[in-house]
Design a protein around this ligand. Structure first.
Ligand SMILES: [Zn+2]
Length: 131
């Protein structure tokens, strides 16, 4: 998929994913978090952009729940605001949540799944899946 494309700026992000570590780019000059990674800070134009490993806890900002045939498990995609990186929103699948229970502001934790041979972030409800 297009979002798994690697280039010079995104390489540290994907190398983090390979090790199940969420690395978010951050400007070394003004400390703005930058996601998706790019080589220049959008706030101060510094090119001193580094990657920091952050915790993957956050809250659902918005989510999509496509219609699926009866009986098929719905695949929910969520945009998650990270608690550890102000302003950073990570897109990923939301697994293990009762579809009717998903709401904006729901606390979620980072998990990983493999997509086309690449580990990518996904999220699960904080505190484990509902019984
Ligand atoms: Zn900056």
């Amino acid at each position: 998929m297009a979002h798994t494309r690697r280039n010079y700026d995104t390489q540290p992000y994907w190398e983090g994913c390979d090790q199940r570590e969420l690395r978010i780019a951050r400007c070394a000059d003004c400390h703005t978090w930058i996601h998706f990674p790019r080589g220049v800070c959008p706030n101060c134009w510094s090119d001193d952009v580094r990657h920091e490993a952050v915790a993957g806890d956050g809250q659902v900002v918005t989510f999509s729940r496509p219609r699926v045939p009866d009986g098929a498990p719905p695949m929910v995609t969520a945009l998650v605001a990270l608690d550890a990186a102000d302003g950073v929103r990570v897109l990923g699948r939301l697994e293990g949540a009762e579809p009717d229970a998903i709401r904006v502001g729901m606390p979620v934790s980072l998990d990983w799944h493999e997509e086309d041979g690449q580990l990518v972030p996904q999220f699960v409800p904080s505190g484990g899946a509902p019984a």
